[in-house]
Write a protein of this length. Structure first.
Length: 117
């Protein structure tokens, strides 16, 4: 599952191949994990592993139930009405914001009829 959040950033979440009860949350930027999950353990720095050369260089493992609680908590606290604007307000890099626009444009290509038509 891919997730984009204004506060944290871009995350990819998969089931641990050896343990269904564990998910691996992956990112291309360690700060996206840090910003997303620092509060999971009461403001304790999450244990982020770096795997140079991997498709996602930064990862953390967590119980599936904890991830589900995090998703629910995020969904219940969401207040933004425009995702890209909210992401810009969080101080993400211009490169990241441009990438968000690219994702939006790419996914707009599959909409029929196209956006704003």
């Amino acid at each position: 599952m891919w997730l984009f959040t204004p506060h944290g950033g871009f995350l990819s979440v998969v089931t641990h191949k050896d343990n269904y009860e564990t998910v691996i949350v992956r990112a291309r930027d360690a700060d996206h994990l840090r910003k997303s999950f620092v509060d999971i353990a009461g403001n304790i720095e999450p244990e982020i592993k770096q795997i140079p050369g991997a498709d996602y260089a930064y990862r953390l493992e967590m119980p599936r139930w904890a991830f589900a609680q995090w998703i629910a908590r995020y969904a219940n606290s969401m207040t933004h009405t425009n995702f890209k604007d909210a992401s810009s307000e969080q101080g993400h890099s211009p490169e990241y914001i441009n990438a968000l626009h690219d994702v939006w444009a790419t996914m707009a290509d599959i909409q029929d009829p196209p956006p704003y038509s």
